[in-house]
Design a protein around this ligand. Sequence first.
Ligand code: NDP
Length: 297
Amino acid sequence: MTAGIIDGKVHAERVRAEVAAEVAELRAKHGLQPGLAVVLVGDDPASQVYVKSKGEHSLAVGMHSVTHRLPADTQQGELLRLVADLNADPLIHGILVQLPLPKHLDEKAVIAAIDPDKDVDGLHVVNAGRLVAGLPALVACTPTGCLIMLKATLGDLTGKRAVVVGRSLLVGKPVAQLLLAEDCTVTMAHSRTRDLPAVCREADILVAAVGRPRMIRGDWIKPGACVIDVGINRVPFDDPIKAAEGRTKLVGDVHYKEALQVAGSITPVPGGVGLMTVAVLLQNTVTAAKRQAGIEA
Ligand code: NDP
């Protein structure tokens, strides 16, 4: 048996098409154009690529899109003033400050300054709290992307045994909360978990968000399980000639080749979860715009 591939491109395209249709309807029926502001401080090459992609995708679905590019030596006060201006701007419904920020800036304070109702990255503690309390929240984009793919693949998740490896605020904790809200029985595993392979083998749904290349081996996976690999790790090529040339590639936290022989379905890396993140960001911006305008989903 070979696992079915959960294609992030297909799911992301579907979400973006749904968002575009919803934006068109909001503009036609309510004169409301969801607006996203992305803030980039400094010139980190990877962040520049992400920010460009976020701007392009938001324009492509018909949103109002603004990108603020600030120099690397921007001071905390200037950044907080920009966030305050965006909080007050009625044309902006979602604010995303691209992380990581340069070392001299206080990331936590910047996130805390974002209006929770405009926090489309879902990183504000108010949104984390709302998620735990079962209240309408803006949920971090990557975890929501995982849930969308799981539901599209498995349908109803009620009663399934889910194991989430990793407990970060960005991924592991919100994924676990989302699965709990779907009535899964959830175990959160981390670096201190005893006998992690045995814990993983109990999972009908295994979510890996660790940041360790190919850590989860094929014999850690229950036959037929659905495996969501969030990890993005850069490693040298297996081919020694390419590796000697210093060439690298991206792999997940799951040993993909081994997992393919055991799992029922699996997300590849690249081409899986990573592609969902921007699509969900657009979806969150529409949700934020509707809530701010008093139009409930
Ligand atoms: P963090 O480093 O914040 O968290 C990693 C988690 O993994 C921690 O909870 C840690 O446990 C746990 N962990 C570390 N080593 C082990 C181990 N040996 N066994 C079990 N658990 C372990 O990472 P993030 O959550 O931010 O990201 C995880 C991965 O997901 C990364 O590869 C990242 O690049 C990727 N990512 C991908 C995104 C996407 O769009 N696809 C978006 C965000 C992240 P402990 O708490 O005990 O230290």
